[in-house]
Design a protein around this ligand. Structure first.
Ligand code: SF4
Ligand code: SF4
Length: 69
């Protein structure tokens, strides 16, 4: 059963600051520049997210959670 008639998806991009160690891998690998880093990674452009989940895969701290909404 389709959730909606939308022809696009929207993703929530969440970083757990207690887990993020600032390694920058999510910044490097995200193809659409969702993240910035000051001390911890921050999803400053979540509207760009394509839902590819590369950031989840490369984050060894398991700090990133992508949720389709
Ligand atoms: S890959 Fe994970 S630990 Fe590294 S900066 Fe991104 S969220 Fe933080
Ligand atoms: S799921 Fe893909 S597009 Fe979205 S923030 Fe992660 S790496 Fe970037």
């Amino acid at each position: 059963m389709p959730k909606t008639n939308r022809d696009f998806e929207i993703y929530l991009v969440h970083i757990d600051p207690d887990k993020c160690d600032g390694c920058e891998l999510c910044l490097i690998y995200c193809p659409v520049n969702v993240f910035d880093l000051s001390h911890k990674a921050t999803p400053v452009r979540p509207q760009n997210c394509l839902g590819c989940r590369t950031c989840e895969a490369v984050c060894k701290s398991k700090a990133v959670t992508i949720t389709e909404i």
